[in-house]
Design a protein. Structure first.
Length: 264
């Protein structure tokens, strides 16, 4: 059974940066292989991870209408397309979903896509999904159970309002989230007491605070993969402490040690 980590939050908060660093953390801790799923059509998770992507699985929905070779079943075709879209790297594999299906979606194709993605995930002890703010993919692709959801927000009350909406959305979509934690990103000088009070008032659990880090901005400016940040970089050091705590058996009912023995 894979351990599902879902990333959520609006664009511009550094959600995808945090997602890439979570993947790096798991790999460096030996909790591999990790399946990274880019389910945000507007993100660039592959660039953050330093890998190139040539195919997205969402294209297979349309291709299945006209391009299934004679003598090949649609089931075999979809399985082939999912495998073609899988990018293998050191310690992790990446699959990019592309845009979610529209109103005229080919429902049978989407059902097959769900099926083979579900099968694929079972080959990995850890799955990290970088979601769109609306959680479209997580609600449609059989990911109704999430072990840990990290909602990344900026250090503003407006950001916490978005985090609250994400929490409400998981209930509306009937997504079972075992643990939902808010990660306040790019926070100068720690967490403002007013924001801490706002978190409590909205019933949100603080997972941790990541400080502003000039190295992140520098890497973004130069187009360097964010996973190459040095360990002593403030954002990396802070996130490592957060994940050590969230994934430690003494602090949570799930543990790195237990899950890490499954595979890899």
């Amino acid at each position: 059974m894979s351990f599902q980590i879902a990333m959520a939050g609006k664009g511009g908060t550094g959600k995808t940066t945090v997602a890439a660093l979570v993947i790096r953390y798991l790999v460096e801790k030996g909790l591999k292989p990790v399946l990274a799923v880019d389910a945000d059509a507007n993100s660039n998770l592959n660039e953050m991870l330093g890998v190139k992507v040539h195919k997205v699985v969402g294209d297979a929905r349309e291709e299945m209408k006209t391009q299934v070779p004679t003598g090949m079943t649609k089931e075999t075709y979809m399985e082939m397309k999912v495998q073609e879209a899988l990018v293998e790297s050191d310690g992790f594999d990446l699959i990019v979903m592309g845009r979610p299906e529209g109103p005229g979606c080919y429902c049978y194709a989407n059902t097959l896509l769900c099926k083979y993605l579900d099968i694929l995930q079972k080959n990995y002890p850890y799955v990290v999904v970088d979601n769109e703010a609306g959680l479209e993919h997580i609600s449609r692709l059989n990911q109704q159970d999430v072990d840990l959801m990290l909602v990344v927000t900026d250090p503003t009350k407006r950001g916490l309002l978005t985090a609250e909406r994400v929490k409400d959305l998981t209930r509306e979509l009937k997504i079972r989230v075992n643990h939902l934690k808010v990660i306040v990103n790019r926070s100068p000088g720690g967490l403002d007491p007013g924001l801490e009070e706002e978190l409590r008032a909205r019933g949100l659990d603080l997972g941790g605070v990541i400080p502003s880090d000039p190295n992140v901005a520098e890497f973004d400016l130069r187009g360097r993969p964010i996973v190459q940040l040095p360990l002593e970089s403030p954002a990396v050091a802070a996130l490592w402490e957060i994940l050590d705590r969230l994934l430690d058996s003494r602090a949570q009912p799930f543990s790195i040690q237990r899950l890490g023995n499954q595979k890899g």
